[in-house]
Design a protein around this ligand. Structure first.
Ligand SMILES: *[C@@H]1O[C@H](CO)[C@@H](O)[C@H](O)[C@H]1NC(C)=O
Ligand SMILES: *[C@@H]1O[C@H](CO)[C@@H](O)[C@H](O)[C@H]1NC(C)=O
Ligand SMILES: *[C@@H]1O[C@H](CO)[C@@H](O)[C@H](O)[C@H]1NC(C)=O
Ligand SMILES: *[C@@H]1O[C@H](CO)[C@@H](O)[C@H](O)[C@H]1NC(C)=O
Ligand SMILES: *[C@@H]1O[C@H](CO)[C@@H](O)[C@H](O)[C@H]1NC(C)=O
Ligand SMILES: *[C@@H]1O[C@H](CO)[C@@H](O)[C@H](O)[C@H]1NC(C)=O
Ligand SMILES: *[C@@H]1O[C@H](CO)[C@@H](O)[C@H](O)[C@H]1NC(C)=O
Length: 420
């Protein structure tokens, strides 16, 4: 039995060796430049003068010299404007890049994908790692092209123009999904993507990194986010959202940034609770309009030395929203330095009743331009003592808890000698 296992292991090692030895680059003239890279080869193809079919033939040709570890196609323009069926010719490739030269114009060349572009005749998807589209004009992205791509780990559209990504199927290995749209393409009706939808029942359950920066998405495109349990980093700047997505379940989250549009003036924020790790969370909230005033009406979560930047303008800093988060584990809040907060008695809860918390609030500036810390106490000494009374009852409760704990502990200890 042991012997047979030994033989089997030897056979596997031998098979791997021959496989590794097999990887080589034939010395032939080709539009694809080949490099050996253990345990396979890397192909760098130039699509400036080559049709999709002839590049596909190259992939067929190089198959026995492989495995192909990486495929890069650059110069995608006039000659190469669609990705035909079974383009990868049955290869399983961990890294595929399409680099277009579409010049940021939606009216020139396009890159279209066949719905079976990445699947072979037996329905196996050849994308096994990451796929990236750069500077490509793609209009609607037909997601059926990713059906069966259960090994796909990363899908990225970098500075490409995609109008819509519809009916994304379940991609169980997908951890990184990026649609980064830093520029407005000429003749485009909107910047970047206008909509993302998932196929009914589809999940991107293992997503840890989601970057949709610079698009024109509305609330309906991010309805799937509250289900992303493993999310660590979420970048949603520069879109068109009216509310902050519910992040209660994202217990691994460490970075979130989001832009709100001008109809989002009453903001409720649910940050992760509980938390899986003691890595700090950095949250930044921006607005489309720099002059609009936003009101934070709710801030909930479990805070662990976290930092929240409110980059939008506010004029209220309310006790019932901010006191309890600030009192919990060391939350730090940065306000926009253009914010002018209503002070006087509206802020006595902070500057009179919870003065130590002032160190955790940066850029707190009143309507008259004075900073929170410079308001003399006399100015708020006659304000309602409600918050002071609340604070006293809070301290009283803490004190009672402490006493109760101490009593419990001391009576246990008193009981100890008797047991000895
Ligand atoms: C894509 O995958 C390859 C192979 O796993 C990896 O070496 C490369 O860094 C990845 N590229 C990107 C841009 O993530
Ligand atoms: C998805 O994540 C779960 C939990 O981390 C893991 O058990 C599972 O293997 C992952 N699925 C894939 C296909 O990576
Ligand atoms: C996800 O992919 C994007 C685009 O390639 C990259 O910039 C980013 O660093 C990746 N994130 C992680 C966590 O690998
Ligand atoms: C936001 O959405 C509204 C209505 O759909 C649209 O008029 C506006 O142009 C969008 N703004 C951006 C920046 O996408
Ligand atoms: C804000 O976004 C929502 C949802 O996308 C949209 O309906 C609304 O028209 C936008 N408002 C403005 C002023 O762009
Ligand atoms: C946010 O998500 C949590 C967890 O799924 C849920 O309990 C809570 O009700 C949600 N809050 C809102 C306002 O949807
Ligand atoms: C703002 O939102 C909070 C919490 O969701 C809600 O209780 C309050 O009524 C809202 N205020 C306005 C003016 O819409």
């Amino acid at each position: 039995m042991a012997n047979r296992f030994f033989l089997l292991t030897m056979f596997m090692v031998f098979a791997q060796l021959t496989n590794a030895q097999k990887a080589s680059c034939p010395s032939v003239y080709s539009m694809c430049y080949c490099q050996v890279s253990y345990p396979g080869i890397i192909l760098d193809c130039d699509a400036n003068y080559d049709s999709p079919e002839s590049i596909r033939e190259r992939l067929e040709f190089y198959k026995p010299y492989g495995p192909i570890m990486s495929l890069r196609i650059q110069g995608i323009g006039d000659y190469f404007n669609y990705v035909p069926d079974d383009f990868l010719a049955g290869n399983q490739i961990p890294e595929v890049k399409f680099i277009c030269s579409h010049g940021h114009s939606t009216t020139g060349n396009m890159l279209m994908l066949s719905s079976r572009a990445f699947t072979d005749s037996t329905d196996v998807c050849g994308l096994t790692g990451n796929v990236t589209f750069s500077d490509c004009n793609m209009r609607d992205f037909d997601s059926t092209t990713l059906t069966n791509c259960n090994q796909l780990k990363k899908l990225a559209f970098m500075d490409s123009h995609v109008d819509r990504i519809r009916n994304l199927p379940t991609l169980e290995s997908l951890t990184n999904f990026t649609v980064y749209s830093p520029s407005l393409w000429s003749y485009a009706s909107q910047k970047g993507l206008s909509q993302i939808t998932l196929a009914p029942g589809a999940l991107l359950a293992n997503l840890t990194y989601l970057d949709l920066t610079g698009n024109s998405l509305g609330d309906d495109s991010i309805e799937f986010i509250p289900q992303l349990r493993f999310l660590q980093e979420l970048r949603l700047e520069g879109n068109n959202f009216t509310s902050v997505t519910n992040l209660t379940n994202a217990i691994d989250l460490h970075t979130v940034s989001m832009t709100l549009n001008s109809s989002a003036t009453n903001v409720s924020i649910w940050l992760p609770n509980p938390r899986s790790q003691f890595r700090h969370l950095s949250a930044k909230f921006y607005s489309i309009s720099s002059s609009m005033v936003y009101d934070v009406a709710l801030l909930e979560g479990m805070f662990v030395n976290d930092v929240i930047n409110f980059e939008f303008k506010m004029d209220e800093f309310q006790e019932d929203v901010f006191l309890s988060p600030l009192q919990s584990n060391g939350l730090t809040i940065y306000l926009n330095s253009n914010s002018r907060i209503t002070c006087g008695c509206r802020i006595s809860w902070l500057i009179r009743d919870n003065r130590p918390l002032l160190d955790r609030v940066y850029n707190g500036i009143c309507m008259d331009g004075r900073s929170f810390a410079t308001i003399p106490l006399e100015e708020v000494s006659c304000c309602s003592t409600d918050s002071l009374l609340r604070r006293i009852s809070f301290l009283q409760k803490e004190n009672d808890n402490l006493k109760a704990n101490q009593n419990a502990r001391c009576s246990r200890e008193e009981a100890l000698p008797a047991q000895l």
